[in-house]
Design a protein around this ligand. Structure first.
Ligand SMILES: *[C@@H]1O[C@H](CO)[C@@H](O)[C@H](O)[C@H]1NC(C)=O
Ligand SMILES: *[C@@H]1O[C@H](CO)[C@@H](O)[C@H](O)[C@H]1NC(C)=O
Length: 834
């Protein structure tokens, strides 16, 4: 019947159908059940209903389609096939320190991997209860924690500095069997001052991600000595926890130091609850016979009745420092293991890995050859190692929303292998950071970079959008306030992956390896779609202009509406967002992308002409100057509806008509007051955004504008400081200003290392291509490089950390720390690799 109706549809006018159906109201109910001899009238009614139904169904399907498009994966083969993280396909990268948010945590690249990790607590203090360390937290105020060496693959050595003692966490892998082999970890606690006794508890745990697997703790004479387990991707395994080693000195003072053992066998619904659950399992016991000193000890087996079995097992060891604890993960499929990976064998293997690391480091970065001192080289090794040691493996789905979704919905579940900007503060994937991260990572290991970039590109949806902040899995979500979880598909983020891809792709094309070929084949259609997403969704009103979407013209409390998408959050843009504003940095990013696309397409024998044309157009200096050069300001600029004359003020209380009544509660946050009407003009803030045509090497080498830029860079009243280039000019009205009552300046003066790196890269370029300003560029390059390296190193020595950004007046590190995302690019700056 439906088919019948559809066929007749062209002859049926809506008016007729309405009248017909009204006349036959009584028949309506019968109609669907009747068959055969229908009179013509009934047939027409049937047809009408079908048409209406079809329209409705089509409408609802279309609405559903619009709602779902955001969560529809791009229809193209994955770059990283589903099995590529398995021990069978990629045994080398299966195990790692893939939980960057934990001070020391190990897991595998199985999507439901068991996790292993460390917590610790200083005992016998005045604090009740004493703080328990687990996830990296700036509030812990540690004096530092840094992977001194980490190769991203086989081993890592980290030092964690508490006020009274240091903790060294080392781990190393040993291949064998069909599940990627074994690993061992050693945790050594050493007091800073041996004459001050300190008692510390070390907690080492194993936990399953929900119930996929088994954990069977083994007790020997009341002590937890090992955990036997099984998991579908790992097979059988055992975590052995031999007795702690107490070094001879500890016992020297007289009697043998007291060692207390305890354990906790329990159940956790989610991995982000481990610490809370364990805290609930602590009880107070007497440390000494006189019962004068209490300490905290785990309370044994506490498994709820209604769960399949324990999935969280902790061993606690408490004693006076120093002591060393080892844990040995042994894979069940490993045969002919020989000696256990413990004690001398462990030390010897770590030592040989460290030697390999040192040799490889010098081979790639040549810092010794460049005359750097040993402490500077150790610092550079730590910067690289923290980037590699911070690589995580996450699995889950983002919460996303498009304008067709009333509520946020779940993206598809997927893995993400990625570095992170900062372990305590941003322990998850960020799209625009990751391109910078991979400038460094790809120098160390092109294979790791390809794996990371492939994972990101596989997160692309049918529109070519990639959510810019990836908050996957319960451990990652627990770190993010809920208002920041949802990702919107109108919002782009700088396509920084084109920076590392430029060189990587050249290598892959040269290599002739079949796996590289397959990679490129899967990568290219994704890059095309990605490029197209930027080139279409972020374009401006005028042809060949671009605008960051996602700025909110309705905000009232911001001095300048944020541009989070650009990555430069509060960097001042047009004061009144409009659809015809244009952003010079975005134009340059897309120019870069078009250029790289042209190169890739050409070397793959694909059609590259259109990319070349777009690139030529976007880098045409005449057109660029027309659209973005402010002759008044003598600088490249955004353009839009703008006024500088605005400030934040406390709102005035409303007039109070009835003195007896209390005024209604009001929002007392400062609001923006506009002091002079905005007009369409160039935005005259001078800073990183103004530099983009230079940063991305678009300004012609013989352009007098290059000369102006070089002079502005070195002008201390504008961007130049002794510590690197500040983000906006000291002369700017926005310099150091809060953007709202509660938002301190972020990109309004501070020195950021990613931008300084791009600047050095540009200076390096302009000092090597023929042109009238070569020598000038060379001088600026030399001075800027020296200032940056000196200051970042000095601050590391002074504070123990590499920082998110640096104060332009004092050079002091600011913001989250350790921040060994793009601030770790200092290694490439030292090595002069651009
Ligand atoms: C991994 O998957 C690919 C296709 O998705 C397949 O060709 C390959 O044989 C698989 N490899 C293994 C070791 O299972
Ligand atoms: C980018 O967009 C413009 C239109 O804004 C179009 O003319 C050009 O061909 C596009 N470039 C590519 C490579 O698709």
């Amino acid at each position: 019947m439906a088919r019948d109706g559809v066929r007749r549809r062209p002859n049926l006018k809506q008016k007729d159908s309405y009248e017909l159906s009204r006349e036959n109201e009584d028949d309506d109910k019968k109609w669907p059940y009747s068959n055969g001899n229908l009179d013509p009238l009934a047939k027409a009614v049937g047809a009408a209903v079908v048409v209406v139904m079809t329209i409705l169904i089509t409408y609802f399907r279309y609405q559903q389609y619009l709602r779902d498009i955001i969560i529809t994966p791009m229809d193209s083969p994955l770059i990283i096939p589903a099995n590529s993280s398995t021990p069978a396909v990629n045994p080398d990268r299966f195990w790692g320190t893939y939980r960057p948010q934990a001070y020391f945590g190990i897991k595998s690249r199985s999507k439901t991997s068991p996790v292993f990790g460390l917590m610790w607590m200083t005992q016998l203090t005045n604090q009740m209860p004493p703080p328990l360390r687990h996830w990296c937290d700036q509030g812990d105020q540690l004096e530092g924690y840094v992977w001194q060496k980490h190769d991203g693959l086989n081993f890592g050595v980290q030092e964690i500095r508490e006020k009274l003692y240091t903790i060294k966490t080392e781990f190393v892998k040993q291949p064998g069997g069909s599940h990627s082999g074994d690993w061992s970890a050693r945790i050594s606690f050493t007091p800073k001052n041996p004459s001050v006794p300190v008692v510390v508890s070390s907690f080492f745990y194993s936990a399953l991600d929900v119930d996929n697997g088994r954990l069977e703790p083994k007790l020997t004479k009341g002590r937890l000595t090992s955990v036997h387990g099984w998991h579908e991707d790992l097979g059988d395994f055992e975590l052995q926890m031999p007795n702690v080693a107490i070094s001879a000195e500890a016992g020297k003072t007289g009697e043998k130091p007291q060692v207390q053992h305890s354990y906790f066998i329990s159940y956790a619904q989610q991995l982000d609850q481990l610490k809370d659950i364990m805290v609930n399992g602590l009880k107070v016991e007497a440390w000494d016979k006189a019962r004068t000193k209490p300490y905290f000890s785990l309370s044994g087996r506490r498994v709820p009745r209604d769960v399949p079995g324990p999935n969280f097992v902790v061993k606690q060891v408490t004693t006076q420092l120093p002591f060393t604890m080892e844990v040995l993960f042994q894979s069940g499929s490993f045969v002919n293991r020989g000696d256990q990976l413990s004690k001398e064998k462990f030390s010897a293997l770590i030592q040989s890995k460290e030697e390999e690391f040192d040799a490889k480091f010098e081979n790639i970065f040549h810092l010794k050859q460049k005359g750097y001192q040993p402490n500077e080289i150790s610092f550079a090794k730590a910067a690289l190692s923290n980037m590699l040691g911070g690589i995580g493996y996450f699995y889950g789905s983002s919460l996303v929303q498009s304008r067709y979704n009333k509520e946020p919905i779940n993206y598809w579940e997927a893995p993400l292998y990625t570095a992170v900007p900062s372990r305590p503060f941003f322990p998850r994937g960020f799209l625009w950071d990751e391109g910078f991260h991979n400038m460094l990572i790809s120098m160390w290991s092109p294979e790791i970079s390809k794996d990371i970039i492939g994972h990101w590109m596989d997160l692309m949806n049918a529109d070519g959008w990639i959510p810019r902040e990836q908050i996957l899995g319960s451990e990652a979500r627990a770190k993010v306030p809920s208002e920041f979880v949802v990702q919107r598909n109108t919002n782009a983020n700088p396509p920084t992956f084109f920076l590392p891809l430029q060189a990587l792709i050249k290598e892959m094309i040269k290599s002739h390896k079949p796996q590289d070929k397959a990679y490129l084949k899967a990568l290219y259609p994704r890059l095309k779609t990605w490029f197209n997403y930027y080139n279409t969704t972020q374009k401006g009103d005028l042809p060949f202009t671009y605008r960051w979407h996602g700025r909110d013209p309705t905000v009232t409390k911001q001095l300048n509406p944020l541009t989070l998408t650009s990555g430069l959050d509060d960097y001042p843009r047009a004061s009144h967002p409009t659809t015809d504003e244009r952003h010079v940095d975005l134009r340059c990013w897309i120019a870069l992308a078009a250029g790289v696309m042209a190169d890739i397409a050409r070397s793959l024998g694909q059609d590259w002409q259109e990319y070349k044309n777009t690139y030529a157009l976007l880098t045409d200096n005449k057109l660029l100057d027309e659209l973005h050069w402010s002759s008044q300001g003598q600088q490249y600029s955004d353009w839009g509806l703008h006024t500088d004359k605005a400030r934040l003020e406390k709102p005035k209380p409303p007039p109070n008509h009835h003195p007896s009544q209390r005024p209604p509660p009001m929002d007392t946050d400062k609001i923006r007051v506009i002091l002079s009407e905005p007009s369409k003009q160039f935005v005259n803030a001078f800073g990183y955004v103004s530099l983009f045509p230079f940063l991305l090497k678009i300004v012609d080498a013989d352009s007098p504008k290059l000369d102006t830029i070089l002079s502005d860079l070195t002008n201390p009243t504008k961007l130049w400081t002794d510590f690197g280039l500040r983000s906006i000019s000291r002369n700017s009205k926005f310099y150091g200003r809060f953007n709202s009552e509660h938002d301190p300046p972020y990109w309004r003066g501070a020195i950021w290392i990613n931008m300084n790196y791009l600047c050095l890269s540009a200076l390096y370029h302009y000092s090597s291509v023929e042109g009238p300003y070569m020598d000038k560029a060379k001088t600026v390059y030399t001075d800027l490089r020296k200032n940056l390296v000196t200051n970042i190193f000095k601050e590391y020595e002074r504070t123990g950390y590499i920082w998110e950004n640096y104060n332009d007046k004092t050079g002091e590190g600011k913001g989250s720390h350790p921040f060994t995302g793009w601030s770790a690019l200092v290694v490439l700056i030292m090595a002069e690799t651009f």
